[in-house]
Write a protein that binds this ligand. Structure first.
Ligand SMILES: CCCCCCCC/C=C\CCCCCCCC(=O)SCCNC(=O)CCNC(=O)[C@H](O)C(C)(C)COP(=O)(O)OP(=O)(O)OC[C@H]1O[C@@H](n2cnc3c(N)ncnc32)[C@H](O)[C@@H]1OP(=O)(O)O
Length: 229
């Protein structure tokens, strides 16, 4: 087996959990991640006294210990069942269980085109009051990768080129992506992110590759996107 294949495909896990059970668990995990996201925002912005910070910390440490009593041995990976439901709760952008993710609901309006609207708050700051440039790149990479893949094929980012045209304020933002060109295993995707209704803050062009080692037969059956996006 090719090294990349073992490393990357090992994280695509066939997990025969019935879809209704996946959805029940996803709701529960999302609700916790929402609260933790709130905790992150509150931690950044709090001005309570130091002794109160220490007291809160002790409580948070207690909660962490409770969650650690039953854990996966590593990251969450991407899982799918044979009903075609997939879930990637750890994903840095769309992961439902990931409080570091905004989270983002990517809407695919037909193959080759997608958009998303989300709010980027204090946890995504770079320049004061502005979205960190690396966060814009992260958001764009995800929507562009999903657009290239369309959840029908495995694609990986080969080259991503960004043009930061104007600062992007923290708050509600919109991004869009579409396939511009396709040739063999190379898919060119164009995208942008900005304030809705205004000129793009960041424009992106990316070359996404279907890896030479991608196991097409398995992926064709396997991994459709999650019901919720
Ligand atoms: C029913 C089916 C369902 C499917 C479902 C899928 C579910 C998907 C779920 C969700 C959607 C996705 C959401 C994810 C979003 C996040 C994306 C990321 O962050 S990805 C992580 C960052 N990227 C990497 O880590 C790549 C690391 N690089 C590699 O692994 C390899 O270099 C790879 C795969 C990119 C290329 O390897 P090779 O072996 O396939 O490529 P070779 O055969 O050497 O080259 C082919 C052609 O491409 C060019 N090429 C190769 N690498 C290039 C590059 N980096 N940039 C530009 N061109 C490149 C070469 O020059 C060659 O061109 P010539 O044919 O000669 O014209």
């Amino acid at each position: 087996m090719h090294d990349n294949l073992g490393m990357t495909m090992g994280m695509f896990i066939h997990d025969e959990v019935p879809t209704d059970e996946v959805e029940r668990r996803e709701k529960a995990v999302s609700a916790l991640a929402d609260s933790v996201r709130d905790l992150v925002d509150a931690t950044i912005r709090t001005t309570v006294a130091d002794d109160e910070l220490a007291a809160v910390r002790a409580e948070v440490d207690g909660l962490v210990a409770r969650l650690r009593t039953a854990q996966l041995p590593g990251p969450a990976g991407v899982r799918y069942n044979s009903e075609g439901r997939s879930w990637n709760w750890g994903n840095a952008v769309v992961g439902r269980g990931n409080a570091v993710a905004p989270p983002v609901d990517i809407v695919h309006d037909g193959f080759g085109s997608a958009y998303a609207e989300m709010t980027l708050g204090a946890a995504y700051e770079g320049p004061p009051g502005m979205v960190h440039g690396g966060v814009s790149a992260l958001m764009l990479d995800q929507i562009m990768g999903e657009t290239a893949s369309g959840f029908r094929r495995l694609t990986m980012t080969g080259t991503l080129t960004l043009r930061y045209r104007r600062p992007l304020p923290l708050g509600p933002v919109r991004m869009e992506a579409r396939i511009a060109h396709e040739e063999g295993r190379k898919i060119t995707v164009e995208a942008q992110i900005g304030v809705r209704g205004e000129d793009a803050a960041v424009e992106a062009t990316g070359l996404f590759l279907i890896p030479s080692w991608a196991p097409l037969a398995e992926t064709e059956q396997g991994w459709s996107r999650s019901a919720e996006g």
